[in-house]
Design a protein around this ligand. Sequence first.
Ligand SMILES: C[S@@+](CC[C@H](N)C(=O)[O-])C[C@H]1O[C@@H](n2cnc3c(N)ncnc32)[C@H](O)[C@@H]1O
Length: 311
Amino acid sequence: MPRAEKPAKSVGAASEASQVRASNPIFNKTLGQHILKNPLVVQRIVEKADLKSTDTVLEIGPGTGNVTVRILAEAKKTIAVEMDPRMAAEIQKRIQGTPLQRKLDLIVGDFLKVDLPYFDVCISNTPYQISSALVFKLLRHRPLWRSSVLMFQREFALRLVAKPGDPLYCRLSVNVQLLAKVTHILKVGKNNFRPPPQVESSVVRFEPIQPPPPIDFNEWDGLVRILFVRKNKTLLANFKTRSILKLLEDNYKTFCALTGRPVPPDFDCKEAITQVIIDCGMLDQRASKMDQNDFLTLLNAFITAGFRFTS
Ligand SMILES: C[S@@+](CC[C@H](N)C(=O)[O-])C[C@H]1O[C@@H](n2cnc3c(N)ncnc32)[C@H](O)[C@@H]1O
């Protein structure tokens, strides 16, 4: 994987960032190349990342470097992963011979395929076509980082932050909120980009939950997937025999005992929840890995997904 050369130069000040101008390449829409042309939006994004001068920043898709030069001016080091070699050449040309050059480590490759190094903060005007995979790659990266400030298509951003009861609440919301605190921080209109995309955009800030919840993420995702796929089904219709209900009830009581959760007087939900647990191979001893908050998030997801709990 080629990396940018790093000749020794002195560290630059913030004002130098604005003097380093981009040229005008032909943009490839299939790679999501919509360059942020409004310096005020760039500034807001970088401000929201609360960078320290000691930080190593990961930038995904630096493009021609409009965001990169700002980050370079504030952080100790920037690792930028860019898939398009033409863009990588642009950014190298842009900072060549400036004090910013020695602080950039440019990786030319697909973000979804590269091994990520350590970083404190991630900032990106993301390529929207890989939004979901990008988010989960970041959230499952170890060691965990401090925060990420990322631009997405507006609807995707709203799904990230949606709460139970919101029509946009979905598997993505449940899974992301299990792993991070997510906040919508800025709406960005189409005209702030060149060329303008067809959709509106939003900036979202992530702070990972530390320590990460002690559950197997793939098992958890399996549960949530079933919740949303079976939307509007009557759960009791899924039970082949009534005898299974006794088994499920025992499982549920074990689960409550293990997690210190009182068994609710209205017991309808437990059948549904335990069924999901069983469907995913998470019998009582596996379920004990979930804590009460995880369980309640799951319960909320269940109800929001439109399950009816009676026959
Ligand atoms: C929306 S543009 C952002 C450009 C620049 N950061 C800005 O805001 O002006 C997305 C950038 O991500 C790059 N890109 C697309 N897919 C990528 C991938 N899988 N890995 C790394 N970079 C990618 C594109 O070439 C493009 O430069």
